[in-house]
Design a protein around this ligand. Structure first.
Ligand code: TA6
Length: 273
């Protein structure tokens, strides 16, 4: 792992639990719920600000994947690649912000301010908001690209998505319907579920992780499996066994935010069992 300087990290605490945010991308890189790490961070992650962080919760804005909303072929926008600043800090809460600047205007010709508020209680909540400071409407997609740590991918299942329509990014297919109420992952998966329920679950033998979202209508399920893991320089070949990305977002269609308006969405992660 390429390490971070201590002044790049902000931690919050609440009754035996902690969470740490890296200023690069406002990426939440650790959530220790009563001492047990819940987020996956690759041992090959680069934390020196030279590339997006492979793991934790990178913030995707203003373009999910590759698309027309920014003038760049780089995927997942620029918010995860920029240094955010701390705007508010308490023992169990930190708020970070990112404002448009000359660099962002080259890719995305708008003025905006982003806020990410991380609040640690027994649950962890992450609230993302976008404020349009332009005179024109702001168009964007956004997502919290959450990497969950799992003991073994073979032993988990993902619940809450049965009956949802999804786009399978691997098959370039138009639309499928999820048939399974407990999705097992035994190969590469990269799906965008549209209009997903607001409660999703990762069931593991000893616990269930619940992802409760608000104003994020869509959900992405991703595991790179064997070949894609080998192709990623900042991801160890075997780490696909220890993670699953279950990501809530507004990606099926874009948000069109009127001038001066603000848009807010959030996820709350909790552990049961
Ligand atoms: O959210 C899933 C996804 O879009 C996958 O298609 C996969 O590429 C992943 O994100 C990681 O993207 P990254 O740009 O971080 O390598």
């Amino acid at each position: 792992m390429v390490l971070a300087g201590q002044d790049e990290l902000v931690s919050v605490f609440h009754s035996g639990s902690s969470a740490t945010v890296h200023l690069h991308g406002a990426t939440l890189i650790s959530w220790k719920h009563h001492g047990e790490e819940q987020l996956f961070l690759s041992k090959k992650a680069v934390l020196n600000g030279s590339k997006p962080i492979r793991g934790g919760i990178p913030v995707v804005f203003p373009q999910f994947g590759v698309g027309p909303l920014i003038k760049s072929s780089q995927q997942h926008g620029f918010a995860r690649s920029m240094r955010w600043t701390v705007s508010e800090r308490k023992e169990n809460k930190v708020k970070l912000q990112l404002r448009s600047d000359e660099q962002t205007r080259l890719l995305y010709p708008f003025d905006f301010e982003l806020h990410l508020a991380v609040t640690l209680e027994d649950n962890l909540s992450v609230e993302f908001s976008v404020h349009n400071l332009s005179a024109a409407p702001l168009e964007f997609t956004a997502l919290l690209h959450t990497y969950f740590r799992v003991e073994s991918i073979a032993d988990i299942s993902v619940g809450g998505l049965a009956g949802c329509v999804y786009r399978d990014k691997l098959r370039d297919s138009s639309k499928d319907v999820e048939a399974s109420s407990e999705i097992k992952i035994a190969g590469e998966v990269d799906r965008v579920y549209l209009d997903a329920p607001t409660s999703l679950f990762i069931h593991a033998p000893k616990k269930t992780v619940k992802i409760a979202s608000s104003n994020f209508p869509d959900a992405v399920l991703w595991n790179p499996w064997i070949e894609k893991s080998k192709a990623m320089a900042d991801f160890d070949d075997e780490e696909y066994k220890e993670m699953v990305c279950l990501e809530v977002g507004h990606v099926g269609r874009s948000v069109i935010l009127p001038a001066s308006a603000q848009w807010t969405a959030s996820q709350t992660l909790s552990i049961a069992g």
